[in-house]
Design a protein around this ligand. Structure first.
Ligand code: ATP
Length: 248
């Protein structure tokens, strides 16, 4: 569904992403992990068209979209969530979701109807008439998912949707993400919570200092000495091993 090949992005002297390639196959949940500052968000921004790469290509559904702006990629069926969730504060939850639905449903009534259906899908049925600003962190994460889903994506780029949630909130949202995949949406997710990566992803890529250093099933990647090395000092290697031993 998505492949990025040889992507490079420099910010003045710093090479944030260095000749990185990955593929997110149709109907799968693919993970992108790596220590803080590895370049994950920069890679996502290039995939979605918010940043122009210095080198490399982005291919979506068989078409080279490297030079296309984000709104045209959205029309093709690419949606992303953002690390910092910023709902339109003056609007209700339903209206917030409807903003995404307007991409394919120009009529307000249709967009609102669609927003209702998607709100229910992500577990926000009871909150649809509430002010979005009053949602809890977990509610905002669901809203972020709903707003992206409202654009009827073929590919969903999730940037740390689980960050800031407690373990029981994470447990509750994992089936929502799986259900989205089961309905045919391809997912590429940046995630720091290793338990979730182990649970959700069939395949993960590991970025460290801008370079793709490993890829494979999460359990294998977590045992890769290069990956453990990249995470040393971040405490994540131990967490990955622990998560690998847990019940999926
Ligand atoms: N607009 C920018 N201008 C200059 N440097 C930037 C810019 N955006 C990112 N960087 C730098 O590029 C590197 C990669 O950042 P990026 O946010 O992509 O990493 P990340 O893997 O997403 O990190 P995190 O897990 O902390 O979100 C970092 O060193 C960061 O400081």
């Amino acid at each position: 569904m998505l492949s990025v090949d040889g992507l490079t992005k420099r910010f003045s002297g710093l090479v944030a992403v260095d000749d990185a390639s990955l593929a997110a196959p149709e109907g799968r949940i693919t993970g992108l992990i790596g220590p803080n500052g590895a370049g994950k968000t920069t890679l996502f921004a290039m995939a979605a068209g918010f940043l122009t790469p210095d080198a490399g290509t982005v291919t979506f559904a068989g078409e080279d979209v490297t030079a296309e702006p984000p709104h045209l990629r959205a029309r093709r069926g690419m949606a992303r969530t953002f690390q910092i969730v910023q709902p339109f504060a003056g609007l209700t939850v339903r209206e917030n979701i409807a903003v995404g639905a307007h991409l394919h449903h120009p009529s307000r009534a249709e967009a609102m109807e669609r927003a209702d259906a998607i709100g229910k899908r992500v577990g926000l049925a009871k909150d649809l008439d509430r002010a979005a600003a009053g949602l809890t962190v977990a509610g905002r994460k669901r809203l972020e998912l709903a707003r992206a889903l409202a654009t009827q994506p073929k590919l969903l780029l999730l940037d740390e949707v689980l960050a800031g949630l407690n373990p029981s909130e994470i447990r509750d949202i994992l089936p929502v993400i799986r259900a989205i995949r089961d309905e045919g949406v391809t997912i590429l997710m940046i995630e720091h919570i290793m338990q979730a990566v182990m649970n959700l992803c069939e395949h993960v890529y590991v970025l460290a200092q801008g370079k793709m250093i490993a890829e494979g099933p999460p359990i294998e990647v977590s045992r890769d000495p290069q990956v453990v090395e990249a995470y040393l000092g971040h405490g994540a290697a131990a967490r990955m091993q622990a998560a690998g031993g847990a019940d999926a």
